[in-house]
Design a protein around this ligand. Structure first.
Ligand code: WQD
Length: 321
């Protein structure tokens, strides 16, 4: 049993991580400022500290509770917004992470799992993308994640902290048992946008580009179920506790689904035709992005259990039923 401080534990991915840790018998302290996290995502058997990572005193209070390890998932994550308001992303993501690391040093907390992103790679130079692929982010959001990875590396060398940075590909789905109740508000990603069209809260959606170098001309992505992501965090904590090394690991399924395939699969799962239009390409989208996630298997014994996109969509659609 490990006592874990989950920063951002009321958010979409954070709440799935908390659920997984509790089910595996760990003790959890959730730290969240509820800017995007939701009260409805909390679990009774996890302790709660309402606080902001820009508030050093709140962080010190959290870190003083005999914490064995930290999972840091508190970040702003809207790519478009990060290009318009980089200061907000620098403050929240970079300064906030520095505050966390300094509080860890102050209280002797030695292990941290960090939510990084495939966004650190930028435009892929080869596929599948492995962890040795150069990091060259093309948006400010991805840049903040890269900077935090570098900070982790320096703190590991200088302050004897060990870390695992988990580079998520496209996170989707919800816990199959519907125990996480809070749907993401104002979603920016493909699957929730399609679901909003199915429920009628949006009239239609757009497929951005159908002239890409892919089998059907629409972009291909590596969608990974959020419960699989959660499982990798618990495995990362256990790994950090028994070994002094640090790692950056891709978390993906290793398979791609195109926007058209996602759309068709949604129509099948939901059982009705959806309204959409083909629109011009969106800036900054690569044709294809797919992970090589063998290192996560080697280091953590982890791989994605959800392999079928319809099963993944079903867990999202279940939230509406
Ligand atoms: C998926 C595909 C769109 C919306 C983003 C971030 C990335 C990571 C995961 C956090 C693309 C297409 C989308 C729509 C569409 N985030 N699309 N119509 O861009 O692959 O990845 O989330 O770490 O950093 O960039 O995800 O869900 O926005 O798009 O056709 O209305 O769906 O063009 O090909 P993306 P997405």
């Amino acid at each position: 049993m490990v006592k874990v401080l989950v920063i951002g534990g009321a958010g979409y991915i954070g709440s799935h991580v908390v659920k997984d840790l509790l089910e595996k018998g760990h003790q959890v302290v959730v730290f969240d400022n509820f800017s995007t996290g939701q009260e409805i995502n909390l679990f009774n058997n996890a302790e709660l500290i309402k606080g902001d990572i820009l508030d050093k005193t709140a962080l010190e209070m959290a870190m003083s509770q005999n914490i064995d390890a930290v999972i840091h998932m508190a970040a702003k994550k809207a790519v478009g917004e990060s290009m318009i308001n980089p200061g907000l992303y620098a403050d929240n993501n970079i300064t906030g992470s520095i505050n966390i690391l300094n509080a860890m040093v102050q209280f002797g907390v030695k292990h941290i799992v960090f939510s990084s992103s495939a966004a650190v790679y930028g435009m892929p130079q080869y596929l599948p993308v492995d962890e040795k692929h150069q990091r060259n982010p093309i948006n400010f959001y991805g840049y903040t994640k890269m900077v935090i990875e570098d900070l982790l590396d320096w703190y590991s060398k200088l302050k004897n902290i060990n870390y695992i940075a988990l580079r998520y590909f496209n996170a989707v789905g919800y816990a199959a048992d519907k125990s996480i109740k809070g749907k993401e508000k104002n979603p920016q990603n493909l699957l929730p946008i399609i679901i909003e069209t199915a429920t009628g809260s949006r009239e239609s959606f757009q497929i951005f580009g159908k002239d890409y170098q892919t089998a059907d001309g629409t972009c291909e992505r590596d969608y990974i179920h959020v419960s699989d992501l959660a499982d990798a965090h618990e495995k990362s904590i256990l790994r950090l506790m028994k070994d002094d090394s640090s790692y950056c690991l891709n978390l993906g399924s290793g398979r791609t689904v195109s926007v058209q395939q996602m759309t068709d699969a949604c129509e099948k799962v939901i059982g009705k035709k959806l309204k959409y239009q083909y629109a011009p390409r969106r800036f900054g989208d690569p044709d294809k992005l797919v992970s090589q996630a063998d290192l996560a298997y080697q280091i953590l014994g982890w791989k994605a259990k959800y392999t079928n996109i319809e099963d993944i969509i079903q867990t999202t659609w279940n939230m509406e039923l």
